[in-house]
Design a protein around this ligand. Structure first.
Ligand code: NAP
Length: 222
């Protein structure tokens, strides 16, 4: 049984990864904040602990109180946030994890980050350029942090039930859409597959033929 600590496990991809890991018999603990809705995690039987991800002291308290084999990072941020969970938060968490000897980290970012700028349409860069720059900094930090890291970059995210046809590709020009449920399962696969260490994958579902609105060049409300 792998003991997995998830940051960003209350909703979306992180919750789907928690669901999948719990179904596989792994031990799941999610780090949440005071304001988080933990109902779905509670229903899974996942443990939850409250901490401030921007405080090394607070995050250290989490690692000191438990024993973990791996960390999943599926944090997002909001425009205008001074400290970004998916950059400053990531730095704090990864540094503390390393101090506590927890070296395995799987992080979800986004296609368009790092060396994958050319995989996305100009409209994606126009609207999400700032976010992708934040994700790029987080990726660079994680890969240089001396931990056993895997990065999973999804394209557009959808909320349909799992199709089972999502894939991880090491072609950094791959772009597409994937359901959060399938992405969660791929993240769970990475946790227990040491062959994924050191790799950056694009996660898409080749059976989903539509593209996200920005990738189609459409404007979306900001
Ligand atoms: N949306 C897209 O189409 C898209 C596309 C490509 C990649 N991505 C990336 O994929 C990942 C997963 O996205 P998602 O949409 O599935 O997840 P999401 O629903 O946006 O969930 C974000 C998680 O981050 C947590 N979080 C946010 N701010 C926090 C803070 N200050 N402290 C602690 N936790 C905090 C949230 O907790 P609370 O419940 O407490 O708020 C939640 O669990 C993210 O990195 C996202 O940027 C998204």
């Amino acid at each position: 049984m792998t003991k997995v600590l998830i940051f960003g496990g209350t909703r979306g991809t992180g919750l789907e990864a928690a669901r999948e890991l719990a179904a596989r018999g792994e031990h799941v603990t999610a780090v949440v904040r005071e304001s988080s809705d933990t109902a779905e995690l509670d229903a899974l039987g996942a443990a939850t602990v409250t901490a401030d991800i921007f405080s090394a002291e607070s995050v250290s308290g989490v690692f000191a109180a438990g024993s973990y084999d791996a960390v999943v990072l599926s944090l997002s941020g909001k425009r205008g946030e001074e400290q970004r969970p998916d950059r400053e938060g990531v730095r704090v968490i990864v540094e503390v994890a390393r101090e506590f000897g927890v070296k395995r980290v799987v992080m979800v970012t986004a296609i368009g980050s790092g060396d994958s700028r050319d995989a996305v349409a100009p409209k994606v860069l126009e609207v999400l350029g700032e976010v992708l720059a934040i994700k790029t900094e987080a990726e660079d930090f994680l890969m240089g942090a001396g931990v056993d890291a895997t990065i999973v970059r999804p394209g557009g995210l959808a909320d349909a039930p799992a199709s089972g046809t999502g894939v991880l590709s090491d072609d950094h020009m791959t772009m597409g859409v994937i359901n959060r449920s399938d992405l969660g399962a791929l993240v769970a696969d990475c946790i227990t597959d040491n062959a994924t260490i050191g790799n950056v994958y694009h996660a898409v579902d080749p059976e989903i033929k539509w593209q996200a609105p920005l990738q189609r060049g459409e404007d979306v409300p900001r």
